[in-house]
Write a protein that binds this ligand. Structure first.
Ligand code: GLU
Length: 300
């Protein structure tokens, strides 16, 4: 599906939903920001299904997500990719990191780590644990990783102190999001990551992985996370219903306003695709509210 006659290969964006539930208003805001940011410069926009965790996947969610995106007028370039098709690539990198001593098997149980709520204290770092029934952790340096987010500004974390050696393959064999996202963004040539601000504090780990693996660092834009009045993220603790097709236009308009973008009353009679086409040339990322969260109830 190609929507742009002259594609700007200097910009590749993506939307990367996890099929643990349906799309909700918060994911619509992230999808819309990433789509408009790409299309406003004639860039490519990809869709990647982050189906790394079958036990947490909701049956039917993948198809429902794709259908919602279509109903809401989004068009992506090329075929949707699935992380479940990429296990070999992830495994190869895990093996290389183990071989080079940059990662190690960890036998610590959740119970054992209960008393250490902060950074992983590194019990298995030099313990030469067997690989069987072990999680794989990446050694982190005692360094701060910083970047400038296009909306949130300067952000940094000291990996040793704030994060600790983190899991890249779980004990049950499932690959960790942090590893898969870095490998896939590089593999797909993603230059611009636009996503929810709940992932701001994952970014320094991803910067470290990029550096370690010699991969390019994309630009980052983290949009405000839409939260419930009680402070919960939409969709996580509440099972959100799927985005209704007959609400596409009002919800897209609301998402545009949430992102600080202009709208006009006539758009309420447009088709979703027409509304997006209207919004593309008017997109200005500078207007996105510079905040980590926005309460859904306060959005008009
Ligand atoms: N799959 C992640 C999510 O749905 C997003 C990953 C990303 O955009 O980097 O929260």
């Amino acid at each position: 599906m190609s929507s742009s006659p002259s594609i700007n290969t200097a910009y590749t964006g993506r939307f990367a939903p996890t099929p643990s539930g349906y799309l909700h208003f918060g994911s619509l805001v992230a999808a819309l920001a990433s789509y408009l940011d790409a299309r406003a410069v004639g860039g490519r926009w990809l869709l990647r299904m982050e189906d790394l965790d079958p036990p947490r996947e909701m049956p039917g969610a993948q198809a429902a997500i794709v259908e919602s995106l279509r109903n809401y007028g989004f068009e992506w370039d090329g075929e949707m990719q699935r992380q479940s098709d990429r296990h070999d690539a992830y495994e190869q990198v895990i093996e290389r990191l183990l071989r080079e001593g940059l990662a190690y098997p960890c036998q610590c149980s959740r119970k054992q780590l209960e008393d250490w709520p902060g950074a992983y204290p590194g019990f298995c770092r030099d313990a030469n644990q067997p690989l069987q029934n072990a999680a794989i952790r990446l050694r982190v340096p005692e360094l701060e990783y910083r970047f400038t987010d296009r909306v949130q500004g300067e952000y940094g974390q000291h990996l040793g102190r704030d994060v600790g050696d983190f899991v890249i393959r779980r004990r049950d064999g499932l690959f960790a999001y942090q590893l898969a996202v870095v490998l896939d963004d590089a593999w797909q040539g993603v230059t611009d990551v636009v996503r929810g601000a709940d992932l701001l504090d994952s970014t320094p780990r991803q910067l470290y992985l990029q550096e370690l693996l010699g991969l390019p660092q994309p630009r980052y834009l983290h949009v405000p996370l839409i939260i419930q009045p009680d402070g919960h993220k939409l969709g996580k603790s509440y099972r959100s219903p799927p985005l209704r097709p007959d609400e596409a236009v009002p919800l897209l308009l609301r998402a545009l306003r949430t992102l600080g973008q202009p709208t006009v009353p006539e758009l309420k009679d447009a088709l979703p695709g027409e509304l997006l086409a209207w919004a593309i040339p008017r997109w200005n990322a500078e207007r996105i509210p510079r905040t980590l969260t926005l309460a859904e109830a306060q959005l008009r």
